[in-house]
Design a binder for this molecule. Structure first.
Ligand code: AMP
Length: 460
């Protein structure tokens, strides 16, 4: 299959694809499109940046357009995604690919008014892209019915599980017809993903485009050893010295993202921070500025950055390393997209050395560890601290921070905070200077969230 025409897609779709400038199907598209067209369930391991969105959107559009004459009203395809950004991105792709077709689509997510979404749903849509919490809210309010869904897509399913959406996904699965086509996309095939695919997919065909957990070969990876306290200056130095004009930086916490963004601005580097505490409007403005290059650096927490698709993003900086190695793969997948090359830089302090080791093990590749002159770490003993030593030190540090801050007067929304109550792990959606899910320590990572669906929906 060398061309999109070979895949049997309709003329209108071929025209839209060619107007997007795509010449040939990417490997995931070449493999997935025929499977989706024949109606079989699909379990696909595809990293971000491989073109997976068109891999499911194009055949869905083809099927809906072919069946349109006399077909029923109602949502025919439902695409579930973990974040607002990814949902908006997919919707934009659907608009682009369906521009020569008479197919309606809508995106719904939390954090914005629900009534306009209800009104649009009443007018009828063929394809709905949604985050799980808002979708369930809409279903509860009887604003949307899923009983005509023919194709269900679970996109970035691994991330949805990480974010604690498993119960919401199960609820959605009870609302769609038993007889349907299910397509599950995930960056990795973890045992959890295998388990849910066994439960919800029917004799799926499996497609893997890159070897499991390997990083994109086109991304040049480097790590700088440094002290934690010099990271901001090192990042500023690298951006200035190398004259980078578009850099995505991942930080561990929302406050960390804000702090770094302020420092960058002071150093004359325009930047915006995006994370779960920012309004949808602020996130969209930040992203738009970054895409237009009026903002040079976008500082983001993991979950906020999910779904960001910027053509040819040249540089990604991991301000802190994630302790969940697969998240490193997700992060650096933001660069080196669609055949372009990219560079991923990690700033590694002494207590992150074990994370670096784990990442190298996962990607089966040694990441060159270098030192920037003037930023040599004061603390870098021959023996790297073990993970348990790092966790112990981290717990101690947090305890000291808590003691220094003293009791907090109130939690979000004015409610009194329960001092002993533990909060959910997908923490960059909760308030406070708490690590995002990918940098939370392993013990907390495994806990399933216990926060109410209402609070989760607010933060989606
Ligand atoms: P995705 O993995 O779906 O997020 O896509 C990553 C990027 O690749 C997006 O910017 C797409 O517009 C682009 N893309 C998708 N398919 C192709 C293709 N066949 N040729 C070139 N670029 C593509």
């Amino acid at each position: 299959m060398n061309t999109f025409a070979d895949l049997g897609l309709s003329e209108s779709i071929l025209k839209a694809v060619s107007e997007k400038g795509y010449e040939t199907p990417s490997p995931i598209q070449a493999k997935a499109i025929p499977i989706v067209l024949e109606g079989t369930d699909l379990l696909a391991a595809a990293q971000t940046g491989t073109g997976k969105t068109a891999g499911f959107v194009l055949p869905i559009l083809h099927k809906i357009s072919q069946a349109q004459a006399g077909s029923h009203k109602g949502i025919k395809a439902l695409i579930l995604t973990p974040t607002r950004e990814l949902a908006a991105q997919i919707q934009q792709n659907i608009i682009d690919y369906s521009k020569h077709l008479d197919i309606s689509s809508l995106v719904v997510f939390g954090g914005v008014a629900i009534n306009p979404q209800i009104n649009k749903l009443r007018r009828g849509v063929d394809i709905l892209v949604a985050t799980p919490g808002r979708l369930l809210d809409l279903c509860e309010q009887r604003a949307c019915r899923l009983d005509k869904v023919e194709t269900l897509v679970l996109d970035e399913a691994d991330r949805m599980l990480d974010m604690g959406f498993i119960h919401d996904i199960k609820k959605v699965l009870r609302l769609v017809p038993v007889k349907r086509q299910t397509l599950l996309f995930s960056a990795t095939f973890s045992s959890e993903i295998k388990a849910i695919s066994k439960q919800f997919l029917y004799h799926p065909k499996t497609v893997e485009v890159a070897a499991q957990n390997t990083t994109a070969d086109r991304v040049e990876q480097k790590a700088y050893r440094c002290d934690a306290g010099t990271k901001s200056d090192l990042a500023i130095n690298l951006i200035h010295e190398n004259k980078w004009d578009q850099v995505l930086i991942f930080t561990r916490t929302k406050h960390g993202a804000n702090r770094l963004s302020e420092k960058l601005d002071k150093a004359g580097i325009t930047s915006s921070a995006i994370h779960g505490n920012k309004s949808q409007g602020a996130r969209e403005r930040a992203l738009a500025g970054f895409k237009k290059k009026t903002v040079r650096v976008l500082v983001a927490t993991d979950i906020a950055a999910r779904g960001i698709d910027i053509a040819n993003l040249p540089h990604v900086i991991n301000f802190e390393l994630p302790n969940v190695s697969a998240d490193y793969v997700h992060r650096i997948g933001r660069t080196g997209r669609a055949g372009e090359s990219g560079e991923a830089i990690s700033l590694v302090s002494n207590d992150e050395r074990s994370f670096l080791r784990d990442i190298e093990k996962l990607i089966s590749k040694k990441i060159p560890l270098i030192t920037e002159p003037g930023f040599e770490p004061k603390l870098w003993p021959d023996r790297a601290p073990t993970t348990s030593e790092v966790m112990k030190a981290d717990a101690e540090r947090k305890k000291q921070n808590r003691q220094q801050r003293g009791p907090r007067s109130g939690a979000r929304g004015g409610a009194k905070k329960q001092p002993s109550k533990r909060r959910a792990p997908s923490s960059n959606k909760s308030s406070g200077d708490k690590p995002s899910s990918s940098t939370a320590r392993p013990t907390s990572r495994r806990r399933r969230p216990d926060r109410s669906s209402a609070s989760r929906r607010r933060s989606q």
